[in-house]
Write a protein that binds this ligand. Structure first.
Ligand SMILES: Cc1cc2nc3c(=O)[nH]c(=O)nc-3n(C[C@H](O)[C@H](O)[C@H](O)COP(=O)(O)O)c2cc1C
Length: 162
């Protein structure tokens, strides 16, 4: 019997993760995608991977630009996560800067990682993007609160009880 995809998704929802926004810009437009399929892949060399749903606008920008960023969200950035969980999400009301490679960096995250695109591989209904880490930045928060935004069983969580 083939595995039921919905059952598989439900079971895998028990694997708690942090939440990131993956960013890129192309032809003067910035794109962002909320993603939790981010994994540190290698230390020597420093590599990470992100799985993009096929058709993602951000994936198109990543491929065109050859550069992308991973912004690790703070617990108070749930609204930003929701903004970039929609294809129509824009940077209009999201405070950010742009790094020398054209990669948008969100203000107030727990840290960011800038990557040069290394490879894109088929992964079923997703594409697996590997990036070579070329720069990292620490938290840009004025406070010392480093609570991460978490995702578990289809809901946002934080380290504190909600
Ligand atoms: C918590 C959370 C995690 C997500 N993780 C991923 C992911 O890892 N890969 C992915 O393709 N979509 C993921 N999504 C869905 C995308 O954010 C959504 O499809 C988005 O609209 C894609 O935007 P784009 O088409 O502008 O790139 C996630 C959504 C949420 C709320």
């Amino acid at each position: 019997m083939p595995v039921d995809p919905l059952e598989y998704r439900q079971i895998f929802g028990g694997f708690a993760t942090g939440v990131t926004v993956v960013t890129a810009s192309h032809a003067g437009v910035s794109y962002g995608m909320t993603a939790n399929s981010v994994t540190s892949l290698s230390l020597e060399p420093c590599l990470l991977l992100v799985c993009f749903i096929r058709g993602s606008q951000t994936l198109i920008a990543v491929k065109e630009a050859g550069w992308f960023g991973v912004n690790i969200l703070h617990a108070d950035q749930e609204d930003i996560s929701n903004t970039f969980a929609r294809t129509t999400g824009t940077f209009d009301e999201v405070a950010h800067t742009v790094d020398p490679h054209g990669v948008p960096i969100l203000d107030g995250s727990l840290g960011h990682i800038v990557c040069r695109l290394s490879s894109v591989t088929d992964g079923g209904d997703h594409e697996i993007v590997v990036g070579e880490v070329v720069d990292t930045g620490p938290s840009t928060r004025a406070d010392t609160d480093d609570s991460p935004l978490l995702f578990f069983r289809g809901k946002y969580r934080s380290m504190e009880t909600r």
